[in-house]
Design a protein around this ligand. Structure first.
Ligand SMILES: [Zn+2]
Length: 264
């Protein structure tokens, strides 16, 4: 039988192959519920399952993909709201595990039960970052077939096994309600173009743009000064205009975006 989800035959997250693991489930490189339509390869069933499942080893328990999905979907919802209100439409109710949405005030907050749990925001932020790296590695591998290179070992440890830490930076906006650089009519993708390949070689950095958010990932090991040189370059290029305010180190999920900056 032809295997649809196998290219090299080794899982890009745990580096195991058949018969130790199986490759039967369709791995979406970006969760389907976030608008992802691309199917990845070389993600074993165990790893595929892991990212969408609540991890009981971490406190409080949560699933990596849920953390990414919720932030991006909820914020997307908030940015669509003014337009809907202008047109006199009401957006359908959005189910959220973690967030309470206050349509009128244009505000989202963590639900009280979570917000009052110690270490919740820290764990959430960490899961969110792990989810970004997970999506990167899957999309990178889908498009280049090179996801198994050893320079991505730190991503495997961090995203899949919750070991170590890899920084994430993000670009802050100046304006409210803006989604920049977004064409998701054909589904959400993370293009690995020539510039991206060059940035990874030269700086170990990748700019991940998703749902109008700009994130900077340190995908390959390089000295911190090299990462910072890349960020300075990006910052100088982008933040001089009216749209972006500048690159910021992400260590608390509350930092993300104008709308989220107002939640508590
Ligand atoms: Zn695996």
């Amino acid at each position: 039988m032809k295997k649809l989800y196998v290219n090299i035959g080794t899982c890009i997250f745990c580096k195991r192959s058949e018969p130790e693991v199986t490759f039967r489930t369709r791995p979406h490189t970006i969760p389907q519920t976030m608008g992802g339509r691309k199917i990845g390869v070389d993600v074993c069933d165990e790893c595929n399952h892991y990212f969408g499942t609540v991890d009981k080893q971490i406190q409080p328990h949560m699933a990596v993909e849920t953390c990414v999905k919720e932030v991006l979907n909820v914020t997307q919802y908030l940015t669509e709201m003014p337009k809907a209100q202008q047109e006199g439409k009401e957006l359908p109710y959005l189910k959220s595990i973690y967030f309470a949405i206050f349509q009128k005030e244009h505000v989202i907050r963590f639900k009280r039960a979570f917000a009052s749990t110690p270490s919740f925001v820290r764990t959430y932020t960490r899961c969110f970052k792990r989810g970004l790296y997970e999506m990167f590695l899957q999309e990178f591998h889908r498009q280049t077939g090179r996801g198994l290179e050893s320079r991505f070992d730190a991503i495997r440890r961090f995203a899949r096994y919750n070991e170590g830490d890899i920084p994430v930076w993000h670009m802050q906006y100046n304006r409210i309600g803006l989604h920049f650089g977004m064409d998701e009519s054909n589904g959400v993708t993370i293009p690995i173009n020539d510039k991206a390949l060059h940035d990874i070689e030269e700086y170990g950095m990748f700019t991940l743009i998703i749902r109008g958010f700009w994130f900077y990932l340190a995908v390959a090991p390089m000295p911190m000064t090299t990462y910072l040189a890349y960020l300075k370059q990006e910052n100088d290029e982008m933040a001089s205009g009216a749209i972006f305010r500048g690159v910021e180190w992400l260590d608390d999920i509350h930092q993300i975006d104008f709308t989220l900056s107002r939640f508590s």
